[in-house]
Design a protein around this ligand. Structure first.
Ligand code: AHM
Ligand code: MG
Length: 332
C-alpha cells in the first residue's frame, strides 16, 4: 500500500482519498465516498459562488437553474447542493444543517455516517464578493443501520468525529480536512474541475502575529478577554477580521494567530454553533497542533445537548490560546 505521506503535491483529491482509504479506521470505502460526495457538492457550490454577482442580475429576470428550479439565495442553494450530493452518494443516513431546524433524513437507512454542516457560512459576505465557506463534521452513526438516524447520532460529542473539514471559496477555492491523522489541504483548479493536493501536512505555528475578533463588541467582552487583547496590542500584533469564520480560521491556520468569538452580555454563548462550526474546526486545529477553547473548557470536551446550540470560541495557535487562558485563570 502506497505511503500517502509520499503522495506528491499535485495528486488529485480523488486519488489521494483512494490511497488514503486503507488508513481509515473503517476501511470499507464508505467514508472515502462520503468525502468525495462533499467535494462534488463543493465544486457545484464553487461554481454558484463564482456566478453570484451575475446570478443576482440573471436571477432577477426569473431564470431557472438546470433542475428547473427558481434561483435561490446562495446559502439556500448551497444547502440543497450538499444535501443532494449526500443523498445521492448514499453513505450518509442523515444530515444536520445550519439551514434547517431538524435532522434531514436522506432515505439511505443503510448509510453508516451522519454529517453536520454549515453549507455556506459568512452570509453577510455573500453579496459583497468576500470569501465565504462551508464547514462539515462527520460521525459514524451509533443507531443501528437499517433504521432512521437518531438525535444521539448527532450528539456524540466532538471527540467522536471521524472526519471534519471546510471548503473556502476565496481567491482560490480550497478543501481542507482531517480524518484524525493530520490535516491536508487541496486547491481547486477551475478549468480542470479538480482539487489538487497543495498542502500535504498542515500544522499551525505555535504562535502568530494576528488576533481576529469583532472589536465592535469590545465593551461587551469579559474583562479577561479585553485584558488579553490589550496585551496583543501592546505586543503590536495585527488585527485581522474578515467576518467569515472559514476565511479568518484558514489564514490563522496557515500563518498562526488566534480567533476569538467570546461570550458577550447579550450573547453569553457567543454566536457560533457548536455542532457544525466549533466541533469541526476544533478537531482540525487539534490535528494541526493548535488549541480550541470555549471559555475555559476545550471545545471538544463540551457535551452537546442541542443541534443548534452556540458556544464561545477561542481557537488557533497553541501559545496564543494558552496565554488567553492564563488571563482567564487570573480573573477566575
Ligand atoms: P452567519 O451565520 O450569518 O453566516 O454568521 C456566521 C459568521 C461567521 O462566519 C463569522 O465568524 C461571524 O459570523 C461574524 O460575526 P460578527 O458579525 O458578529 O462578528
Ligand atoms: Mg455559520
Amino acid at each position: 500500500h502506497e505511503n500517502t505521506l509520499a503522495l506528491p503535491v499535485g495528486t488529485t483529491l480523488d486519488r489521494f482519498i483512494m490511497r488514503k482509504q486503507e488508513d481509515f479506521p473503517y476501511a470499507t470505502g464508505e467514508l472515502s465516498q462520503l468525502l468525495r460526495d462533499l467535494a462534488l457538492a463543493a465544486k457545484i457550490v464553487n461554481r454558484d459562488v463564482n456566478r453570484a454577482g451575475l446570478s443576482s442580475i440573471i436571477g432577477s429576470m426569473g431564470q431557472e437553474n438546470v433542475q428547473g428550479e427558481q434561483q435561490q439565495k446562495l446559502d439556500v442553494e448551497a444547502n440543497i447542493r450538499f444535501i443532494r450530493a449526500l443523498t445521492n452518494g448514499q453513505e450518509a443516513c442523515a444530515v444536520l444543517s445550519e439551514e434547517e431546524d431538524d435532522i434531514i433524513h436522506t432515505g439511505n437507512c443503510q448509510g453508516r455516517y451522519v454529517v453536520a454542516i454549515d453549507p455556506l457560512d459568512g452570509s453577510s459576505n455573500i453579496d459583497v464578493n468576500v470569501s465565504i465557506g462551508t464547514i462539515f463534521s462527520i460521525y459514524r452513526r451509533v443507531s443501528p443501520a437499517g433504521q432512521q438516524a437518531t438525535r444521539e447520532d448527532f450528539l456524540q460529542g466532538g471527540r467522536a468525529q471521524v472526519a471534519a473539514g471546510y471548503i473556502l471559496y476565496g481567491s482560490s477555492t480550497m478543501m481542507v480536512y482531517t480524518t484524525g491523522a493530520g490535516v491536508v489541504g487541496f486547491t481547486y483548479e477551475n478549468s480542470l474541475g479538480e482539487f489538487f493536493l497543495s498542502h500535504p501536512s498542515i500544522s499551525i505555528p505555535r504562535a502568530g502575529q494576528v488576533f481576529s475578533c469583532n472589536e465592535g463588541y469590545w465593551f461587551d467582552y469579559p474583562a479577561y478577554v479585553r485584558e488579553y487583547l490589550t496585551q496583543c496590542k501592546r505586543d503590536q500584533l495585527s488585527g485581522r477580521y474578515v467576518g467569515s469564520l472559514v476565511a479568518d480560521y484558514h489564514r490563522n491556520l496557515l500563518k498562526g494567530g488566534i480567533y476569538l468569538y467570546p461570550p458577550t452580555k447579550k450573547t453569553p454563548e457567543g454566536k457560533l454553533r457548536l455542532l457544525y462550526e466549533g466541533f469541526p474546526l476544533a478537531f482540525l486545529i487539534e490535528q494541526a497542533g493548535g488549541l480550541a477553547y470555549a471559555g475555559t473548557t476545550p471545545v471538544l470536551d463540551i457535551v452537546p445537548t442541542d443541534f443548534h446550540q452556540r458556544s464561545p470560541l477561542f481557537i488557533g495557535s497553541a501559545d496564543q490560546v494558552a496565554s488567553l487562558l492564563a488571563y482567564a485563570a487570573e480573573t477566575a
